[in-house]
Design a protein. Structure first.
Length: 541
């Protein structure tokens, strides 16, 4: 197959006639007007009519942030992850923080802008329940594709029922034996065809372009069940089970999960001790809500506004239904763009040209561990997604097959796409909760660095010295209170920060020589040297 490369569009698709029409329509519309009054209908590829030409994702963020105050980064991460479901390489997100920090609130607020048919909220699902969701009955054709056969099965059932009715009527009218014999053969033939279909039939559960949102902490068994699905190694996953409802006895049936959904879960408990945690953190970007005084104060004010004002006042003061409706239309427009730009791409393949690969290779963190590969994969995946979302505003390369096929565009990433991706990736390496990693740098490392020698103390007239420079639990409690303005107990400081960092190899401990009932803690090495810091230091972003 030969291709002709079209001229690279370096003016952000300024030569695209359809884009010109959209821009003209935008000029005629007041962007601040939240009432949906378009100058001209915009018809999406699925023939639905949009009330706005806008793809202004920032306006969607602003609508959500009026009810999810001070959660700028988390709102973006959730929205981008949900939008990735409409591509051929969806992303997964784990919102990991203690109970009551606002994890579910942000999920619900962002999810409300997406089509209800696309977002599946899950709470309390058993480990294998996802393999038994609603689907369609299908068989593989000669090309290996699944073909739906429910209509054919229903037609066969109706035909058999009709033939049986005819057979009864024929016998009552004393017709010739040949008539009843022929009807009997027809019934047998239709039954045989049904048996052939049912023998090879499977239930296909299509998860393409779906967003699975776990509102509660998934069980360890659920992670086990989802692991093959999240790995993106296979586009189809088969699950066999014994059907005990079959009247003829036990029968093995097959369900097929098709496609890669975008998976988001809100998690309160620490999973770092889980034996497969490393696999989990490679498949999920781990994040958390803001957990600081400013966020808490603003959240309290919002709660008071929401519960003290009548709805019409709340809509005037905070956010209106019209603004939410416009945001929903923008999300639908972006969905339409993503489905279109991804239609020529196979699952797991890339459809974007990133022209600054030399910079990525040069600036990429080099810790010489598997985390380097995880970080590189996630960063590039974010850049591709951001570019696809803004594909109508990006330079592009037109690909025209020589032998008659329809041409297609390859959008080109620009530097703002990399900057946006880096801002989303900041501190999300290694599977550590970001707020724990912040504590590690701002509390643990600062306290540890403030010491130059091992601690020593007089004990029964003898000077006792620790084996090495380290910090104690009480020192960490005091430093945390100083930096974060939060007072933790010994138990909380251990379970919230020390144990997760210990499990992931960030810190180690020794028995204290001064107090044999206690431990002292020290860093193994500073794992995290983010690319973001390098690019900022270089004046790039």
């Amino acid at each position: 197959m030969f291709f002709l490369l079209g001229t690279t569009d370096l003016s952000s698709s300024s030569t695209n006639e359809s884009q010109d029409e959209i821009d003209k329509a935008k000029d005629k519309t007041n962007s601040s007007d939240v009432v949906l009054k378009p100058t001209k209908d915009y018809v999406r590829s699925d023939n639905t009519i949009s009330s706005t030409y806008s793809r202004d994702l920032d306006s969607c963020f602003n609508v959500v942030l009026r009810e999810a105050v001070k959660e700028d980064r988390l709102v973006k991460q959730v929205c981008y992850t949900m939008l990735s479901a409409y591509t051929k390489n969806p992303m997964n997100l784990a919102i990991n923080a203690p109970t009551g920090e606002g994890k579910t609130h942000v999920l619900i607020r962002v999810g409300s802008l997406f089509p209800k048919t696309d977002v599946i909220y899950i709470a309390g699902m058993s480990a294998k329940a996802i393999f038994h969701k609603n689907g369609y009955i299908a068989v593989r054709d000669e090309d290996g594709e699944y073909v739906e056969v429910e209509d054919e099965l229903q037609l066969l059932k109706d035909t058999i029922r009709q033939k049986k009715s005819e057979l009864i009527s024929t016998r009552k009218t004393n017709s010739t034996p040949s008539d009843t014999t022929e009807l009997g053969k027809d019934i047998d033939r239709y039954k045989q065809r049904m048996k052939e279909i049912e023998k090879n039939a499977v239930k296909v559960i299509d998860l393409n372009h779906k967003i699975l949102v776990f509102l509660d902490t998934p069980s360890a068994e659920m992670f086990e069940a989802l692991m093959s699905l999240l790995s993106h190694d296979q586009y189809e996953v088969e699950y066999q089970f014994v059907d005990t409802s079959n009247r003829t006895g036990l029968k093995t049936r097959t369900n097929v999960l098709m496609g890669w959904p975008s998976v988001i879960f809100a998690q309160a408990i620490d999973y770092t001790r889980h034996p497969r945690y490393q696999e989990i953190q490679r498949r999920f970007v781990v994040t958390n809500p803001r957990m600081d005084v400013e966020k808490y104060q603003n959240a309290v004010e919002h709660i008071i506004d929401k519960n003290c004002y009548p709805d019409f006042v709340y809509q005037q003061k905070v956010v209106s239904d019209e603004e939410k409706d416009k945001a929903k239309e923008i999300i639908l427009n972006i969905k339409d763009d993503l489905l279109l730009v991804s239609s020529t791409t196979k699952p797991g393949k890339n459809n974007v040209l990133i022209p600054f690969t030399h910079l990525l290779k040069k600036q990429m963190p080099k810790r010489y561990t598997a985390q380097d590969m995880t970080f590189a994969s996630r960063l590039v995946q974010h850049v591709v997604l951001v570019t696809n979302i803004h594909s109508k505003e990006r330079p592009s390369v037109e690909i025209t097959p020589v032998f008659g096929s329809v041409s297609f565009r390859i959008p080109m990433a620009i530097f703002s796409d990399l900057s946006e991706s880096l801002s989303l990736m900041n501190n999300y390496v290694g599977g550590v909760r970001p707020y724990v990693l912040d504590w590690y740098h701002n509390v643990f490392i600062r306290l540890y660095s403030s010491k130059s020698d091992p601690d020593s103390r007089e004990k029964n007239g003898v000077s006792v010295t620790e084996e090495r420079r380290a910090v104690t639990t009480q020192e960490l409690i005091d430093k945390t209170n100083e930096v974060m303005k939060k007072r933790y107990t010994s138990k909380n400081i251990l379970t919230e920060f020390i144990y997760p960092l210990f499990n992931l190899g960030y810190i180690d401990s020794l028995k204290s020589e001064i107090d044999r009932r206690a431990h002292i803690y020290f860093p193994v090495f500073d794992l995290y040297k983010p690319i973001l810091y390098k690019t900022r230091a270089a004046g790039i972003i």
